[in-house]
Design a protein. Sequence first.
Length: 261
Amino acid sequence: MVVATRVVATIVGALLLSLATPLAAVDSSASPSNAANSKTCKCNRSFNDRPHARDVNVPLNQGRHPAHLPVALDWCERGFCTSSWNQHIPQYCGSCFAHGSLSSANDRIKIMNHKLYGYHGPDVMLGRQSFLNCAPGHGLSQGCMGGEPADVYEFMRVYGLPDETCLPYNATDYSKYLNTSNGTCMYTPESPDVATCFPVTNVVRYRATTYGRIVGEDAMLEELQRGPITCGIACSPEFDWNYTAGIFWDKTNYSDVDHDV
């Protein structure tokens, strides 16, 4: 699992976060057409040499709950969860890795804003579309074809990421804008035939200064005390098509980690 620690917002100032996420793995046999027919974001992720979550032996905790940790913790009950997202609105886009990592980052920003400044204003919702448009050109993910949480945090570390007011999410990626003459121009629903240019100046960029990996239940429980984490899950066919609500118990020993939440 990848642990991202300390995120700062340039311009806004010293916003320090601790983010935790596993390094997501994806199904290398899945094609775009097959992926679009699944509820999850299975996709080909062959060009990245980072280890996948499914390649790591995760130690299962068979002992008692660590005594120094609370028995239960729900950040949403405390009022620190930001709004949920849907990666497939308005169309299919295999961007679960971006949604999972940025959702936990949004929540961490809300938690730290309250702890550091007593802030109760509007939530910061980081720019999913800005990442999908820009990051693949830097070798960080394949946009709607999939990626890893580490891609998101590396992009935030090197370039910074604006919030969603800079560019609304439309479930597309960089491949839709390769024919435009200027990187700041793109086709929009209002102007589908002519690329529209609208530069944004004085952008607030949120940066991840460090990130790493956590493995095992105890490490996850420990990190959860600082805020929500992103987790990779193995979505079996039964889960894909028949899950409705509550706790899902997989009896097939399915272990291909192919989705992030």
